[in-house]
Design a protein around this ligand. Structure first.
Ligand code: FES
Length: 123
């Protein structure tokens, strides 16, 4: 396992987000409901940054076509449902892919990411 220290724990309060570099990976780090999650920064559909994506029912929603990804597993819950009707056309532009999810831990006052727990999606 390759754990990389990315941020002092005190710099990520509840509800906050940070983009961090972990090895070669651009990672979205967020604290939600007391848990720290680390996901790929970009949407697997067309590469839009997920930094401002809404969180609902423990899923991260892409701000562009509103694909929804489970924060725990990265699994796709919905794939490009937006805009209505036309979203299906956008969906066909790219195969459905899960969001990369990285394991996290807190140790010695810092947040660590295991970069071997997920493959960065190639877009
Ligand atoms: S870019 Fe995220 S759903 Fe299309």
């Amino acid at each position: 396992m390759q754990w990389i220290k990315v941020l002092p724990e005190s710099e990520l309060a509840e509800g906050e987000r940070r983009i961090v570099k972990a090895g070669e990976h651009d990672v979205l780090l967020l604290r939600h409901n007391g848990r720290i999650y680390a996901t790929g920064r970009k949407c697997p559909h067309m590469g839009v940054s997920l930094e401002r994506g809404e969180i609902k029912d423990d899923a991260l929603i892409c701000p562009l076509h509103r694909s929804t990804f489970d924060l725990e597993t990265g699994a796709v819950r919905t794939w490009t449902p937006w805009p209505p009707g036309v979203g299906k056309v956008f969906a066909a532009l790219s195969d459905e892919k899960p969001l990369p999810i990285f394991a996290t831990k807190i140790e010695a006052g810092a947040i660590w990411i295991n970069v071997e727990t997920s493959e960065e999606t190639t877009i």
